[in-house]
Design a protein around this ligand. Structure first.
Ligand SMILES: [Zn+2]
Ligand SMILES: [Zn+2]
Length: 170
């Protein structure tokens, strides 16, 4: 049985897809049956499984610089077209994606129409659920604190006011 090279096996696995609106060349699709849990192509090469798009990129454009990840410019995860991939840092990848955190990160107004581009109004925290940071609107926090405080003050205000006991005439 003739041995095929990884490049030959790679080529045999892919089929051209549509041309994305933002690009000039068609996607190169990895078969549905060979995807990982996240929807990226899995390619068996030199005794191990590698992400097919990373393999594709490294074959034609060289090693992916340390610390960078590949962003699919076409947003098609199972696409392995090397010219649809861009090596970027994690934050850029998140900001470019269409996930909820990316949409939030791009918003310039909060739900109450406060300015989120004003650094004085924005507090960034890094809870475990948002390792890349989440923005909190200070104006909203102030409003919320006021709403919480007011109902608590109300009962205090209705307490019978202390009156100085009437001085009984001696
Ligand atoms: Zn593509
Ligand atoms: Zn706000």
């Amino acid at each position: 049985m003739a041995r095929t090279t990884p490049a030959e096996r790679f080529a045999a696995k892919t089929t051209p897809g549509p041309v994305p609106a933002n690009l000039d060349t068609p996607c190169l699709l990895w078969p549905e049956g060979s995807l990982d849990r996240d929807g990226y192509g899995r390619f068996w090469v030199e005794g191990r499984v590698v992400p097919a798009h990373r393999w594709s990129y490294e074959q034609s454009r060289g090693p992916i610089p340390a610390g960078l990840e590949l962003d699919h410019l076409c947003t098609v995860r199972r696409c392995v077209a090397d010219d649809h991939l861009d090596a970027v840092d994690h934050r850029t990848n998140v900001l470019r994606s269409s996930g909820p955190s990316a949409i939030n990160a791009r918003r310039t107004r909060c739900t109450n129409d406060h300015d989120l581009t004003d650094p004085d109004n924005v507090r960034v925290s890094y809870p475990p659920s948002h390792p890349n940071g989440m923005r909190k609107c200070r104006a909203c926090n102030r409003d919320r604190a006021r709403r919480i405080r007011e109902p608590q003050l109300a009962p205090v205000a209705t307490l019978p006011t202390r009156t100085t006991p009437e001085r009984t005439a001696a």
